[in-house]
Design a binder for this molecule. Structure first.
Ligand SMILES: Cc1cc2nc3c(=O)[nH]c(=O)nc-3n(C[C@H](O)[C@H](O)[C@H](O)COP(=O)(O)O)c2cc1C
Length: 218
């Protein structure tokens, strides 16, 4: 399966078979997440693999009783370490060592951050960056799952405090999504999407890519 096929085939799956998922398969999904890109390679994502039936049920209840959460044989709680950016100088050094950035990057980036200090504004942006970066890693898992014949559903509608308590998540860690994973027991059609006309513009916001106003990929 190529990437386009995986993108086309993916659906949010809300009905799973009870078949278990092999540990190797779960590790392959997580390897997909590990290789995701992140700002300055900060890799803020952290994952908790939940298989225990009792805990899955508790997570279902904490997710306002969304049944697909508990029904899936595995739930990956996808989290972001808000403090990951604190190791920014080390990550920059690694990128320089790997030849991805020029050596002068360290002199430019690191003092700039130190000079400004950790203002509330910077902290807010780091938080946004950590959550955004983790979203990318989650979608790697989601698309890798399609190739392996698995279904997933992003779940963000849950009682944050309750899930944090259940999974003993420390203060600097935010839960970005719960990802129930299992072999699909449904094959839903593609869900509605906006047209390309509505979401894509030519050079400037609001200008259509086509003189007729119709933008289509065949
Ligand atoms: C950030 C995010 C949060 C979501 N939260 C939930 C959720 O709590 N429960 C749920 O059943 N689906 C959830 N979804 C799935 C969306 O409803 C779904 O992606 C959308 O309806 C489009 O359908 P599709 O994924 O099958 O294409 C979420 C999706 C995303 C990306």
């Amino acid at each position: 399966m190529n990437v386009r096929d995986a993108i086309m085939k993916r659906r949010s799956i809300r009905k799973f078979k009870t078949d278990p998922i092999g540990d190797d398969v779960i590790l392959q999904l997580l390897e997909g997440a590990r290789l995701a890109p992140s700002g300055s390679n900060t890799q803020p994502w952290r994952f908790i693999v939940v298989k225990d039936a009792d805990m899955r049920l508790k997570l279902q209840v904490a997710s306002f009783n969304q049944r697909h959460v508990g029904q899936a044989p595995v739930i990956i709680a996808c989290c972001a370490d808000i403090k990951a950016f604190g190791e920014f100088p080390e990550r920059i050094d690694e990128l320089i060592e790997a030849g991805a950035l020029p050596a002068k990057s360290r002199e430019v980036f690191v003092p700039a951050l130190k000079k400004g200090g950790m203002t509330a504004d910077i902290k807010w942006h780091l938080m946004i960056a950590a959550t955004g970066n983790t979203d990318i890693a989650i979608e790697h898992i989601v698309l890798q799952a399609v190739e392996l014949g698995l279904g997933t559903c992003w779940v963000r509608w849950f009682d944050d405090d309750r899930v944090k308590k259940l999974l003993e998540i420390p203060k600097n860690i935010e839960i970005i999504a719960l990802l129930p994973i299992g072999y699909p027991d449904e094959d839903p059609p593609q869900r509605p999407r906006f047209t390309l006309e509505k979401i894509v513009y030519d050079e400037k916001y609001g200008k259509s890519l086509s003189p007729t106003g119709e933008v289509r990929y065949s």
